[in-house]
Ligand binder design. Structure first.
Ligand code: 0WD
Length: 260
């Protein structure tokens, strides 16, 4: 018996085997869920198809979240492949590299629009497109980071986008609560992936956590995946509009301990 037996899940943001979304998909598969992956475009298609095959032959559907036509045809494709949807995982972010270092006040209008569109509007866009095929009682989750609410050097524009994303989580939770659909964010600690490597000084961020966090270690994508299973399952039936930290407790530290 798996915790997700009978559940149908769409996992976005699988790009390669280091993607947090891939760890989540593997864990969902192990717990009995039937899966679909979306991929951004031809650049990642082959890799995503390979990874889908390792998750019980998950359906693979193209969806660039900046493309309204892709969003519009997604529900029909999912209805055809899975019949409906019980879980949506949003694991998508993008910013130009120059907006992940330097001064926030140097951000261009174009960079701001792009980052907020792909990293924040995409949750609203996906939910808007999928609302009819989501089952009552479904679970939606989005990946976020501490930089939404605290200053993290170089996270800059992505912090601003994550603040918008976390606010969306609360408002969407309110919109969908009458159908018992839950919407939460997982705030993951730093993990080395294609996206995180774009953040200036990322290795410094990785180095601080084991020194400061109560658990004295960095987290893994599997730590995030286990939490995603819980949020997708009926075990979290009264949890919504929440930002759930999977970060070894780092977020709760005010003053770092004296170095010993
Ligand atoms: O330390 C980390 N890695 C953390 C990541 C800590 C806390 C949160 N997160 C978040 C990220 O901000 C993101 O929301 O987790 C989510 C997943 O990020 P990831 O697993 O670290 O990175 P990655 O494997 O790069 O997945 C993000 C993917 C893109 O990957 P690439 O590498 O191809 O840029 O987002 C997808 C794409 O697959 N993506 C899009 N998907 C659809 N349409 C688009 C788009 N326009 N743009 C990017």
């Amino acid at each position: 018996m798996g915790l997700l037996d009978g559940k149908r899940a769409l996992v976005t943001g699988v790009a390669n085997r280091w993607s947090i979304a891939y760890a989540i998909a593997k864990a969902f598969h192990e717990q009995g869920a039937r899966l679909a992956f979306t991929y951004q475009g031809e650049r990642v298609r082959d890799e995503v198809e390979k990874l889908a095959a390792q998750c019980g032959g998950a359906a693979v559907i193209e969806c660039d979240v900046s493309n309204d036509e892709h969003l519009a045809r997604l529900p029909d494709e999912l209805r055809a492949r899975l019949g409906g949807l019980d879980t949506l995982v949003h694991s998508i972010a993008y910013a130009n590299k120059e907006d992940l270092a330097g001064k926030v006040y140097q951000t261009s209008r174009a960079g701001f629009k792009l980052t907020l569109d792909i990293s924040a509007f995409s949750l609203v866009g996906l939910v808007g497109s999928l609302v009819e095929i989501l089952s009552d009682g479904a679970s939606i989750m989005a990946l976020t980071y501490l930089g939404a609410t605290e200053i993290v050097p170089n996270y800059n524009l992505m912090g601003i986008a994550k603040a918008a994303l976390e606010s969306e989580v609360r408002y969407l939770a309110y919109d969908l609560g009458e159908r018992a659909i839950r919407v939460n964010a997982i705030s993951a600690g730093p993990i080395k992936t294609a996206s995180s490597r774009q953040v200036g000084g990322f290795s410094h961020i990785l180095g601080v956590v084991p020194k400061v966090a109560p658990l004295k270690r960095n987290i893994t994508a599997n730590d995030v995946a286990n939490t995603a299973v819980y949020l997708a399952s009926d075990l979290s039936s009264a949890i919504t509009a929440d930002v759930h930290f999977v970060d070894s407790g780092f977020h709760a530290v005010g003053i770092p301990p004296l170095e010993s």
